[in-house]
Design a protein around this ligand. Structure first.
Ligand SMILES: [Ca+2]
Length: 176
């Protein structure tokens, strides 16, 4: 349905459809997977990052996945909650400098999460939100490689609860 921020490097020209469009480039040389790579962020003190997608085709299931780095001195009480249509699906915390590697930053250790969530969903729009609380600047949440998938209905259906044509047929039969 949508894939964003999948290039090694990207600029704010690609992030403007999100409420916070800042881009951070990882300075750490510890991992070639991250060194010099662009991420959306740093999402820091009490920031809401969100985007609403509209015009989704008829579907019965929706998936969100992205790469997330919890960056630098992010520690208690800092947290990041991922919301899909205002429902929280995962809260991420980290102990101070608890990660193994300086993955993105070159001063403190970071933690990496592959966010992946599938939900039952039929609305033609969806809002993805990252609710980020940190108590200091220069710590927070970064993300890239964002994918939004929908499992579409059979082309003959305007709504459905599953992939098969037979599912809408059964609904119609039972409604008479
Ligand atoms: Ca902190």
């Amino acid at each position: 349905m949508s894939q964003e921020f999948t290039s090694n490097t990207f600029t704010t020209s690609e992030t403007s459809s999100w409420s916070i469009s800042t881009v951070f480039v990882c300075p750490s040389t510890a991992l070639v997977d991250f060194y010099g790579r662009s991420f959306v962020g740093i999402l820091g003190p009490k920031q809401l990052q969100q985007r609403t997608y509209t015009g989704l085709p008829p579907h019965w299931s929706l998936s969100v996945r992205f790469d997330m780095i919890i960056y630098a001195t992010y520690d208690a009480p800092d947290y990041t909650t991922v919301n899909i249509d205002s429902v929280g699906y995962g809260t991420y915390t980290k102990a101070w400098d608890a990660g193994i590697l300086k993955m993105c930053g070159d001063t403190y250790s970071d933690e990496f999460f592959l966010y992946s969530k599938n939900i039952t969903h039929t609305s033609s729009s969806v809002t993805i939100m990252l609710n980020v609380f940190t108590d200091e600047l220069n710590e927070g949440t970064l993300f890239k490689n964002f994918f939004l998938y929908v499992d579409t209905c059979d082309p003959t259906c305007l709504t459905c609860s599953g992939p098969a044509y037979v599912m809408i047929r059964f609904l119609l039969l039972f409604s008479f």
